[in-house]
Write a protein that binds this ligand. Structure first.
Ligand code: TRP
Length: 351
């Protein structure tokens, strides 16, 4: 069956290896397979503003940066429609109608929102727009009739809630929504890359990221300082692979051919890990190996980025064009929605 694929990404900073490992690789894989009719990638600026009302600069400057990050990583503007959320105001209209179908207690039960409210310390200062963003995300998901939503595992509750809203609407008014399915990466390593400091997640706010735009020297320095196993002091000491950032990155990015190219004394990651566990393998050697692999990934991305940065206007123009195209699709769905609810007053005219 021909699929329509839609995903969203919040513009709150440049994209890093964590995004590459989870989201971007998944999108490139989809693009390469080409098994779809439409492939929409939304830069979710209005969603980013729900917890950044006072940081508009950060959000607005990140929009084009995220577009550059995506394109330089290999997203092809001929194969994927990248657009800006705020260019499609119909999303707000749909959100408004959906708000009548969701209870406050249901919203507060969404596990992702619960966690995010805690992280942000919003106990007594929770913006209404933030609490309700799962409803606006349901509109993102339902306005353009996608069948598949690629996203990280933390987005599963959002997709679930969108399906619930679609179901409520379909039964209350008329069945105009198809049920989209999530496409969540399976492997835990791929889904969540740890930070350079060993913390659970690579995240801008923790300052433990390798950004796609960073140059070779900066990346090497970060890798050489990455958290490994603090009790692996001498080369001869046995080392732990679990919780070791460098090995987590190797799990995410190392392929068998990397050994042939950069570390021919070993045949596989298992062999390398076994030696590290036994003792006799130093961190520096493993880190230099990792650095070669990461550099191999980032070199073409950096080159493409240079090219794109000379044509920022073209990127904006593409985003605007795409926004118009998405609005046309949105207009039709909103009309269908008015019809379903019964508020299409044109029909009341006697001619
Ligand atoms: N909430 C998503 C995130 O934080 C971004 C997003 C916005 C999204 N709208 C979407 C993801 C629609 C999938 C579908 O990463």
């Amino acid at each position: 069956m021909a699929e329509t694929i839609l995903t969203g990404i919040r513009p709150t900073g440049n994209l890093h290896l964590g995004h590459y490992s989870s989201a971007i690789r998944l999108l490139l894989d989809i693009q390469e397979k080409g098994d779809y009719d439409n492939f929409y990638v939304m830069i979710a600026d209005t969603q980013a503003l729900t917890d950044n009302a006072k940081n508009v600069d950060k959000v607005k400057n990140s929009v084009v940066q995220v577009a550059i990050d995506l394109l330089s990583a290999g997203l092809d503007p001929k194969k994927a429609t990248i657009f800006i959320q705020s260019e499609v105001p119909e999303l707000f209209e749909m959100t408004g109608y959906f708000m009548n179908l969701v209870t406050l207690s249901r919203l507060k039960r969404n596990p992702t929102i619960k966690e995010e409210i805690k992280q942000r310390g919003y106990e007594t200062s929770l913006p209404v727009g933030f609490l309700t963003y799962p409803i606006s995300q349901a509109a993102d998901i339902l306005l353009f009739s996608p069948t598949i939503i690629p996203a990280g595992d933390d987005q599963a509750p959002m997709i679930e809630q969108a399906r619930e809203i679609a179901h409520s609407f379909n039964t209350q008014y008329a069945p105009i929504f198809k049920m989209p399915k999530g496409m969540i990466p399976e492997s835990k390593v791929v889904a969540r890359l740890p930070g350079l400091d060993g913390k659970l997640k690579m995240s801008k706010s923790l300052g433990n990221c390798i950004y796609l735009y960073e140059d070779e020297a900066a990346v090497k320095q970060k890798i050489m300082n990455a958290y490994t196993d603090p009790s692996h002091i001498k080369v001869s000491d046995p080392g732990k692979v679990e919780g070791n950032t460098v090995f987590a990155y190797l799990d995410a990015f190392c392929k068998p051919e990397h050994f042939e190219k950069y570390l021919p004394e070993y045949k596989s990651l298992d062999e390398l890990k076994a030696h590290y566990r036994r003792g006799g393998l130093g961190d520096v050697k493993v880190k230099l190996f990792l650095n070669n692999i990461i550099n191999e990934i980032l070199t073409p991305i950096r080159a493409k980025r240079k090219e794109l940065e000379n044509n920022i206007d073209d990127i904006y123009k593409m985003l605007f064009e795409n926004g118009k195209k998405m609005r046309k699709i949105a207009d039709k769905k909103i009309a269908e929605m008015h019809d379903a609810i019964g508020i299409n007053y044109q029909k009341f005219l006697n001619k």
